[in-house]
Each structure stands twice: as C-alpha cells, then as structure tokens.
Design a binder for this molecule. Sequence first.
Ligand code: HEM
Ligand code: HEM
Length: 179
Amino acid sequence: MTTLSDTPKRYGLVSRALHWGMAALFAVQFLSAAAHWALPRENALREALWSYHATLGTTLLILVILRGIWGLINISRRPSHSGTMGQAAKVGHIALYLLMAVVPSLKLLAYAGGTRGFTYLGIEILSARITEISWMQALGGWHGELGWVLAFLVVGHIAMACIWHRIILRDDTLKRMVG
Ligand code: HEM
Ligand code: HEM
C-alpha cells in the first residue's frame, strides 16, 4: 500500500504527486520557452504559450520550495542510493533541485531590480523601481541559458530512468516513483 510519506522502498503519495504534477508543468514550461526561442514574434501559438510563462514559472518555484521541504522532512526514510551510480544519481537530483530553484529566482531577481515590477495572479509582488539595479539585471541575464541547462539535465534524467534502469538494468528504480 502506498503511504503519504516516503519509505525506503518507494516514494509516498505526496512526493509522487509533486514529482509527476511538476513534471507535467515543466513540460509545458519548456514548450513555451522552445516556442519563444524558435517561432517568430507574430506567431499566435508562441504568444499564447508565452502569455503564462512567468506565472507558471513562479508557480513552479513555489512548488519546488514545498517539494524541497517535504523531501527534507522525509530524508531519513526515502529510498537510498548506494554505489558509485547511486551517488551519481544523488548528485544529479541535487543539481535538478538547484536549477529548479535558481532558474525562476534569477528572473524574479531581475524583476525586483527592474523598472516594470511583477504581478502574480493579479497581486503585485514586486513593485516597479525608478532606476534599474544593474547587478540584478546581469544575474537575471543567465535565466534563459540556465533554463536550457535544466532542460538538458531533465532529458538525461528521463533517459537514466527509462532506458538505463528500465530497459538495460531492468531494476525497480522506476517503480519507486510509479505504480
Ligand atoms: C522553472 C521555471 C522556468 C523555466 C524552466 C524557464 C525557462 C526559460 C527558458 C529556457 C528561457 C529561454 C527562452 C529562449 O531562449 O527564447 C526563458 C526565457 C524567459 N523567461 Fe523563463 N523560465 C522559468 C521561469 C520564469 C519566470 C518565473 C519568469 C518571470 C518572472 C520568466 C520569464 C522569462 C522571460 C521574460 C524570458 C525571456 C528573456 C530571457 O531569455 O531572459 N521565466 N525561460
Ligand atoms: C518522464 C519523465 C520522468 C521520469 C520517467 C522520471 C523518473 C524518476 C524516477 C524513477 C525517480 C526516482 C529515482 C531514484 O529514486 O533514484 C525520479 C526522481 C526524481 N525526479 Fe524524475 N522523472 C521524470 C521527470 C522529472 C522532471 C521533469 C524533473 C524536474 C524538472 C524530475 C526531477 C526528479 C527529482 C528531483 C527526483 C529525486 C526525487 C525527488 O526528490 O522527487 N523528474 N524521477
């Protein structure tokens, strides 16, 4: 039976809901970034997808903070990772967490030091400044590049889970998060 909390054998319901819910939202977020990068400005699909990039990105930041807190609460009973490959998986997961937090934070930092302000779900969370703070803008300039690094890591993560563990090793790693 699946429990709410994690156990050494499998991730619990809360971790799974956060993992799969966020995976779906990240897919949409990367789609909007890809359309922004690849399609011309006047393209209707690009504009439709882009219209929620900032709101969805901020929602993902809130979710990753909640997921991180839940992960820390469960840290002593989560599935463990042994051996060299296990340690590599751990490092990979930490890198995913870091980028999931840093990528949206950098853009919000740029808005915090910018002249336009930022509104989330109709609530002004960052007010417009009269002058820009240049170091905040400079750090915010890394948002897109690091966003693509995150996308690249996610592709590697999915390949490790679905090809390396499921097809080559045929072990139970995927079952920890599914079924
Ligand atoms: C985890 C969440 C996020 C991811 C994965 C992400 C990803 C990306 C990527 C990959 C790009 C580059 C698109 C291109 O090359 O044309 C981009 C651009 C952009 N993002 Fe995000 N983003 C996230 C959150 C946010 C948030 C929270 C905001 C605003 C508060 C935001 C605002 C922008 C803007 C204005 C651009 C265009 C300018 C630029 O490249 O810096 N994003 N995002
Ligand atoms: C088809 C898509 C995906 C599959 C099949 C998948 C599969 C898995 C599996 C099997 C695990 C458990 C691995 C273990 O315990 O060693 C896991 C954990 C994890 N996955 Fe994914 N994943 C997917 C998408 C994503 C995405 C899009 C992200 C982040 C952007 C992500 C981030 C993580 C993280 C951080 C963990 C560590 C456990 C946690 O704290 O939640 N995954 N994934």
